[in-house]
Design a protein around this ligand. Structure first.
Ligand code: PXP
Length: 241
């Protein structure tokens, strides 16, 4: 049975819009855990546009669910991740100008670098994952680099413009899952998954985790707005004339 890992970056995005203290991503993570998330994932970006260093330490100190850290393969992140010791690290490509992670990591030709980058984590029993496109060469390279997991990038599937294109992307992902399994890699899926497009993966075997952020946080805003307005209205109605 695959499990759900919830990404709370966008709660932090909203907080950083005012550089204030709410909404608190730590509270959101705990509520996600209460809702059944088996893991919480955050991306500590080089530019700290959403998640901050203190968020990571607080999550590590307070969560019962597994903490996953998405990060670029830099020296700074290597140091921070070894200090925090999450349950799993997931290496992603990172560009300053991008709105979100745009594609998979280039593993082919970088196997030696990745193997030595991952080695200290493996030595400390921290699971390692590489976020990659469902390309046979990248999957082979991820296995050669010694990763425990790959996270297959589902963004191209989610963004496909029509049914045939979506179906082609889905087939690529499914054959990537099979190839990864034959190489001893465990497989997570993530990016752009929502309440509709995830249904295509029902019945697909050997998926360990779904990593989902934007659609869950977006839905949370919508299902919570009625109650939030009612609470403010109640305060205003309690004012004496
Ligand atoms: N997995 C990875 C590697 C990501 O970079 C992201 C986005 O931060 C996600 C999963 C979650 O994607 P989404 O927010 O579209 O659900």
């Amino acid at each position: 049975m695959p499990v759900l890992v919830v990404n709370v970056d966008h709660v932090a995005t909203l907080r950083q819009a005012r550089m204030g203290s709410e909404p608190e991503p730590i509270t959101a993570a705990h509520l996600a855990e209460m809702g059944g998330a088996q893991g919480i994932i955050v991306h500590l970006r080089e530019d700290r546009r959403h998640i901050q260093d203190r968020d990571l330490s607080l999550l590590k100190a307070t969560l019962t669910a597994n903490l996953h850290l998405e990060m670029a393969a830099t020296d700074e992140m290597h140091r921070i991740a070894l200090e925090v010791q999450p349950h799993m690290i997931c290496l992603v490509p990172e560009k300053r100008e991008e709105l979100t992670t745009e594609g998979g990591l280039q593993c082919m030709g970088r196997e030696d670098f990745l193997r030595s980058y991952l080695a200290p984590f493996k030595a400390r029993n921290i699971y390692t994952s590489l976020f990659i496109d469902a390309e046979p060469e990248q999957i082979q390279a991820a296995a050669s680099a010694g990763a425990d997991y790959i996270e297959i990038h589902t963004g191209h599937y989610a963004d496909a413009r029509d049914h045939p294109a979506r179906q082609a992307e889905l087939e690529k992902i499914i054959s990537g899952i099979k190839q990864a399994g034959s190489l001893g890699l465990r497989v997570n899926l993530g990016h752009g998954l929502n309440y509709q497009n995830i249904l295509a993966f029902s019945g697909v075997k050997s998926i360990c985790e779904f990593s989902i952020g934007h659609s869950i946080i977006s839905r949370a805003v919508m299902v919570g707005i009625k109650e939030a307005v009612a609470q403010m209205n109640e305060i205003i109605r309690s004012f004496s004339p």
